[in-house]
Design a protein around this ligand. Structure first.
Ligand SMILES: *Cc1c(COP(=O)(O)O)cnc(C)c1O
Length: 460
């Protein structure tokens, strides 16, 4: 390949090569095993050469050695964790944004900032949150939770008369109340902001994994209450309206972790399960999971934007006051314009497309659970949204073997899980590319794997 001497022409050439290799990758992904090939990673672990390679050589190596060792999460047969795929417009936007290389700030990227702000406005509206709600994009729900927990901490301490500038030095105690099934990353966020995770008052859950509002301890104005919209095993939503009423009376801060589940609020059939969501103080939702925006993109939303700004604003002397600056709402300073991909995702879907996609996850998860129950598996919860936990109570040891067997078959990918003392496996329907045929193929792969496990046991 001849290399142009002009710097931008060289960048443009590399850009089209990256796009061409990406196109080839996507066009061949559906025939491939879902799991990564184990062999090609070592080719990437080179010694750093003294003389660098051309972009062409670098990209071809990535393609030859890197692509086979990717997990085919972009295709429709990946059901592990809650990963999602990437909608075409969002994926194309990612490519275009890489050429623009904007730093997301009104000074350094006016157009991408507009897209981010518009995306926040759309999401506040889609989720029917209070109109004064503001927010900003983080790397994911973990950082968004951390941002809002820091805001909650500072707000409650200030209300108790403790000056913000003192941080936690000499501060009165705060109480943290959370579901017994709170996501592990929230515990990390609590540790990061200095509240620790040992003193959490845990609230028992019901048989669906929902926090029991009737078992909340007596609340007061020193309490941060952590609710969840979307249990990672059952998909169930905490009774947020009931919890919010108790928090309002006590002056407690209610935070909702809705990393993947908050999107259910945008649908007519699941919104009722999230009634009263608008009464919370802060919310987290990921764009990179259920919305199918590319990684990494989470959103921190707060009904008290002034409090969020008071906790997060940078205010360095050399910085002109830029309004609005996302750096004043979240921890990061220089960062990618990731919200522009969410803007592209939403604009390409429209309201109807979004609702259809989200309800489609629910419908396909229901199809999956029904088919597995027919095959003799146990799904010990209602299908609330897109998550399905599967068990075999008589032979729980088979679940891990079935999981490994399906992973090795290349037909699909999901992981083992343990829920309410039962060992099983967990399936997440969260990729826009997953079809009904993919669901049926998954069920066949699981049934075939179970036959193999039983035969292998009989042979020994
Ligand atoms: C995935 C998830 C998180 C963490 O989100 P990241 O985007 O991976 O940081 C937090 N809470 C819940 C309920 C999740 O599903």
């Amino acid at each position: 390949m001849t290399i142009p001497s002009d710097p931008l022409a060289r960048q443009a050439q590399a850009f089209s090569q990256g796009a061409a290799l990406g196109k080839y990758y996507l066009q061949n992904l559906s025939d491939r095993d879902v799991a990564a090939a184990p062999t090609s990673r070592s080719a990437l672990d080179l010694e750093l050469p003294n003389t660098g390679h051309s972009a062409d050589v670098v990209l071809n190596l990535m393609h030859d050695a890197g692509a086979p060792a990717t997990v085919a999460t972009a295709a429709g047969r990946y059901f592990g964790y809650v990963i999602g795929g990437a909608l075409p417009a969002a994926s194309g936007a990612r490519a275009l944004l890489s050429a623009w290389d904007q730093c997301a700030n009104a000074d350094t990227g006016p157009s991408v900032m507009q897209m981010e702000q518009t995306a926040v406005r759309w999401i506040v509206d889609l989720l029917d949150l209070p109109p004064q709600t503001e927010g900003a994009f983080t790397t994911g729900a973990t950082m968004a939770n951390m941002t809002l927990l820091a805001t909650a901490r500072d707000t409650l301490l200030t209300r108790m008369g403790h000056p913000r500038g003192k941080g936690l030095l000499g501060a009165p105690n705060l109480r943290v109340i959370a579901s017994a099934e709170i996501h592990a990353t929230v515990l990390k966020s609590l540790r990061l902001i200095g509240l620790g995770s040992d003193h959490i008052e845990r609230v028992p859950t019901d048989d669906q994994g929902r926090m029991r509002a009737d078992l909340l301890p007596a609340l007061d104005s020193s309490c941060i209450v952590l609710a969840q919209a979307g249990n990672v095993c059952s998909g169930a939503f905490d009774p947020i309206g009931d919890i919010a009423n108790l928090c309002q009376v006590a002056g407690a801060w209610l935070h909702v972790d809705g990393a993947f589940g908050l999107w259910a609020r945008a649908t007519p059939d699941m919104a009722a399960a999230l009634a009263g969501l608008d009464k919370a103080d802060s919310w987290v939702v990921d764009a990179h999971k259920t919305l199918n925006a590319p990684y990494d993109s989470g959103l921190a939303l707060c009904r008290h934007p002034d409090e969020m700004r008071a906790s997060m604003a940078i205010g360095a002397a050399y910085l002109p006051p830029v309004d609005p600056s996302p750096a004043d709402l979240i921890p990061e300073f220089s960062r990618a314009a990731r919200g522009a991909e969410t803007w592209a995702a939403l604009l390409s879907l429209g309201r109807d497309g979004l609702t259809e996609m989200i309800m489609g996850f629910h419908r396909k998860a229901t199809r999956l659970a029904d088919a597995l129950r027919t095959e003799g598996f146990t799904v010990p919860h209602d299908v609330h949204f897109n998550q399905v936990f599967v068990a075999l109570p008589a032979t729980p040891q088979h679940c891990a073997k079935i999981t490994a067997e399906v992973q090795a078959s290349g037909e699909a990918w999901f992981g083992t899980a343990s829920w309410k003392g039962q060992d099983g496996f967990r399936l997440s329907v969260s990729n826009w590319a997953t079809s009904d045929a993919d669901i049926d193929r998954l069920v066949r792969a699981i049934v075939t794997a179970r036959q193999k496990v039983i035969q292998a046991e009989a042979a020994t």
